[in-house]
Design a protein around this ligand. Structure first.
Ligand code: ADP
Ligand code: MG
Ligand code: MG
Length: 255
């Protein structure tokens, strides 16, 4: 049983006079076995939240706490966060020249687990996960992110999550024009992980589209750098019908 707790998190980007507060007091708790969707308009700070949890150097934490089972996540290096059981898709480099997917995954698994996975079971696991994600076996020999399509990037991300078996996974659905097929296999990968029980998922999304495939236990509406409403899966349906307009108006009045 794990719990990720975010308390009154304040984050700025930029420096000096250009510094701008993007997260303005975020509170959120994600436990193992729960799937949370964070939904909000473009520019509301959703990716900033993901990057801040991941420890991206561009984002400055100016207040609040993030803990995993009571341990201070903000004090951890990016590698330590992964070893602690946090999976953040964007914690790995965008492109890794000359490193194959297969080697990259094994190196990541070794770093997370503290020892290299046994080669025979590892090769079998990678193959079966790739099959489930409908990935061509040749993909394993390609260089990481080199010329990957949006769908391939997402599949690779889910493949990493499947193999690293995190306690809490933060997935930023960048809504980058995934086709329906990619959306379906990605969702199935997330759902398989959920069925196995122990993971907590924080799924960040702008559109309600992916929530037709992944049913969240909790929905948080994110506007202007904070959570402004919370509910169950029915809140996603409401957002699909009504959009964010009512929340955006409210948030301007109280900003
Ligand atoms: P979302 O993911 O909800 O669309 P983002 O977190 O990407 O929102 O962005 C929120 C705000 O922060 C935007 O106004 C964006 O321009 C700004 N922002 C995010 N990252 C950076 C950055 N690295 N440098 C400057 N501004 C940034
Ligand atoms: Mg505050
Ligand atoms: Mg974003």
């Amino acid at each position: 049983m794990s719990v990720l707790e975010i308390r009154d998190l304040h984050v700025t980007v930029g420096e000096g006079d250009d510094a701008k507060e993007i997260l303005r007091g975020v509170d959120l708790t994600v436990r193992s076995g729960e799937t949370h969707a964070i939904m909000g308009p473009n520019g509301s700070g959703k990716s900033t939240l993901a990057y801040s949890i991941a420890g991206h150097p561009k984002y400055t934490i100016t207040g609040g706490t993030v803990t995993l089972d009571g341990e201070d996540v903000l004090a951890m290096s990016v590698d330590e966060r992964a070893r602690a059981g946090l999976f953040l898709a964007m914690q790995y480099p965008v492109e890794v020249p000359g490193v194959s997917v297969s080697n990259f995954l094994r190196t990541a698994a070794t770093a997370v687990k503290g020892e290299a996975p046994k080669l025979r079971t590892w090769v079998k696991d990678v193959k079966s996960e790739m099959d489930l994600l409908e990935m061509d076996p040749a993909f394993a020999e390609r260089n990481v992110n080199e010329g990957f399509s949006g769908g391939e990037k997402k599949r690779h991300e889910i493949l990493q999550m499947r193999l690293l078996k995190p306690r809490i996974a933060v997935l930023d659905e960048t809504d980058s024009g995934l086709d329906v097929d990619a959306l379906r296999v990605v969702s199935e990968g997330v759902n398989r992980t959920r069925e196995e029980g122990e993971v907590g998922v924080l799924l960040i999304t702008h559109y309600t589209r992916i929530l037709r495939y992944i049913t969240p236990d909790f929905v948080h509406v994110f506007v202007n750098g904070r959570v402004v409403d919370e509910g169950g899966k029915e809140l996603a349906d409401k957002l699909e019908n009504e959009g964010y307009a009512a929340y955006v108006k409210d948030s301007k009045e109280t900003a």
